[in-house]
Design a protein around this ligand. Structure first.
Ligand code: DGT
Ligand code: CA
Ligand code: CA
Length: 581
């Protein structure tokens, strides 16, 4: 059920890692890694391409195209299998530790015969790594931290991975005869950033046909439990999926119950008790007589508890029940409210698609404005120059007007250096329509220095948006250790927006940080940071995260009409709340 592009991407990426770990050619590894990224982000389905079509993908040369074709024809890539067989499974487990890397993993295996995480932990505690070349106390600390991160992520998967699987299963089950309703519930419906297991709910008179079909889905690797009320499977990728079937009359109560969260459900059950009622997955009942009162829709269940319908993204027991009782639930921002994307790339730097393809894809999604913000020169591996960016600006101005309903903005993503300075002189920056600024290196400066660095960027009159503010990568890299409150206060004071980066590996700011920043009066921009047309679809995860942070359109600058947005980008305080023209 995973898109062929992603399958191929994962295989080529694995090949690159394996080449590195077996001491192969680093150039070759890099070439495969680039090709992997390019295929993952390519707009067309690779399984529908011939050799010629594959060649048109950036960074895909002849020998890579051949391997891909072979895989698509036979389901196997012998080159990968060959290197795989040279490496013990335990070493692959070590490589998965985010702070370790393939070479060090191989050293641990060859020199100390370590081939699992528990063995590695023992070796660190017994200080056996100290004698290895290239391993110091700092390395040990990093490895321990990496293991922590990996274990904290546990077996949870990124939201987009769970979403793709869930939407396909919902489509399959909805097509069966007798299906009255079908939806995903649980943490996925609440749009949590990672998902433990997927919960699917069906309303139908008879459960057996659904349970049977579910266990026979093509991606089912293992049936964990097969019953009449609940069936659980594990997919070939290791993700658990629970299916529950309830009678059509219980749909609303079932959906409310299985959406959770547990903490929210405890609140709603307390409300029920308070009204001398009993709430279960089958309905809301009189406590004494056991007579059913309502169960068909979530709205009815909430209404009978004295509450408005509460959006799933708010159901985390963060005050939503009290706010509902007061009639003060926020009117949450939705995907349809988003008028523009303010952080995107092209192949002029590390994007995978040319400018016109990105612009066409954005227009097709119905955006009203779209900012091109390629990297600036200080990230020197991106090879940006003044000439290139000015030539791009001309192309952007030419393309602007080609799409009747969408305006183009020309911006850049600046690099915030360790002192809080950014690329280019101020006069040069002034000619961009907007500037995103972000941290890309020197993550471990220490709390005070990092705080000063971010505050200095906010105080720069040309910086409009702080991109992926904490720089975390979910399950791989922790967020910057800084005084967030000082940064939030600086954003509010200077009229600098904080990004909610919609990429499912980032979702940065996170829901909890958004809630905290909002209290300072900070404004936000929900951006995809797209490096390929496909990434524009990640917007939904950014919006879900914003909803979990209780944001409304008033808080999110890229829901505003362009005229109001432009006033905000002047950073002179002229974008007051009443100016909504
Ligand atoms: P996850 O799977 O870890 O990402 O998080 P959830 O929220 O999807 O949790 P899960 O799959 O264990 O259960 C789905 C929902 O079902 C949960 O949000 C609330 C409901 N639920 C499950 N077990 C219980 C329970 O023991 N008591 C109550 N009140 N609700 C439960
Ligand atoms: Ca779940
Ligand atoms: Ca579950």
């Amino acid at each position: 059920m995973v898109r062929p592009n992603e399958e191929v991407e994962a295989l080529l990426k694995e090949y690159a890692d394996l080449v590195l770990i077996t001491g192969g050619d680093a150039f070759k590894a890099r070439a495969y890694e680039k090709a992997a990224r390019a295929i993952g982000g390519y707009h067309a389905d690779v399984s529908k391409l011939d050799a010629e079509g594959l060649h048109e993908i950036p960074n895909v040369g002849k020998s890579i195209a051949e391997k891909v074709l072979q895989y698509l024809r036979t389901g196997r890539m012998p080159a990968v299998e060959e290197v795989r067989s040279k490496i013990p499974a335990g070493v692959r487990q070590l490589m998965a530790i985010p702070t370790l890397g393939p070479r060090k993993a191989m050293t641990l295996y060859e020199d100390l015969h370590i081939s699992s995480v528990p063995e590695l932990l023992d070796a660190i505690h017994e200080e056996r790594l100290r004698d290895l070349k290239g391993f110091g106390p700092k390395t040990e600390e990093n490895i321990l931290h990496g293991i922590d991160l990996m274990q904290a992520a546990g077996d949870r998967v990124p939201i987009n991975v769970a979403m793709e699987v869930a939407e396909e299963i919902v489509a399959e089950l909805s097509a069966l005869s007798g299906c009255v309703s079908c939806a995903y519930a649980g943490s996925l419906r609440r749009m949590r950033e990672t998902i433990g297991d997927v919960d699917i709910l069906v309303a139908a008179g008879r459960s057996a046909p659904f349970m049977d079909a579910f266990t026979r889905l093509p991606d089912t690797a293992e049936v964990i439990a097969h019953g009449t009320k609940k069936t659980s499977i594990r997919t070939t990728k290791g993700l658990q999926i629970d299916l529950r079937v309830v009678p059509p009359d219980s749909w609303g109560a079932g959906l409310q119950y299985f959406t959770g969260s547990k903490a929210h459900n405890i609140r709603t059950r307390e409300m029920a008790v308070h009204h001398k009622l009993k709430l279960s997955e089958y309905g809301l009942f009189h406590a004494k007589s056991g007579k059913k009162i309502v169960s068909q829709t979530e709205e009815e269940v909430y209404a009978r508890l004295g509450l408005p319908w509460i959006p799933p993204t708010l159901r985390e027991d963060r005050g939503e029940v009290a706010a509902g009782l007061r009639g003060e639930l926020p009117d949450l921002v939705t995907e349809a409210d988003i008028r523009g994307d303010l952080h995107t790339h092209t192949d002029l730097t590390d994007g995978l698609a040319p400018l016109d393809e990105m612009v066409t894809a954005a227009a097709r999604r119905g955006l009203r404005y779209y900012a091109v913000t390629d990297h600036a020169p200080n990230l020197y591996m991106q090879r940006m120059t003044d000439e290139k960016v000015l030539a791009q600006r001309e192309r952007v101005r030419e393309l602007d007007g080609r799409h009747r309903k969408m305006r183009l903005l020309h911006g850049t993503e600046l690099n915030i250096d360790p002192d809080g300075n950014v690329d280019w002189p101020q006069e040069f920056l002034r000619d961009f329509d907007l500037c995103v600024a972000a941290v890309h290196s020197h993550f471990n400066q220490g709390r005070d220095a990092l705080t000063r660095r971010l505050v200095a960027a906010c105080e720069n009159p040309e910086v409009n948006i702080i991109g992926h503010p904490t720089t975390r990568i979910i399950g791989k890299r922790p967020g910057l250790d800084m005084d967030l409150d000082a940064v939030f206060a600086a954003c509010a004071r200077t009229g600098t927006a904080l990004e909610i980066n919609a990429h499912p590996d980032r979702l940065d700011l996170s829901d909890e940080h958004i809630l905290r920043a909002k209290r300072y009066g900070v404004k936000f921009a929900i951006n995809t940071d797209a490096h390929a047309p496909l990434h524009l679809e990640y917007l939904r995860y950014g919006v879900g995260t914003a909803q979990r942070g209780w944001l409304t359109t008033e808080d999110v600058i890229n829901t505003w009409p362009l005229a109001r947005l432009r006033r905000f980008l002047h950073k002179d305080g002229s974008a007051g709340p009443s100016s909504t023209s």
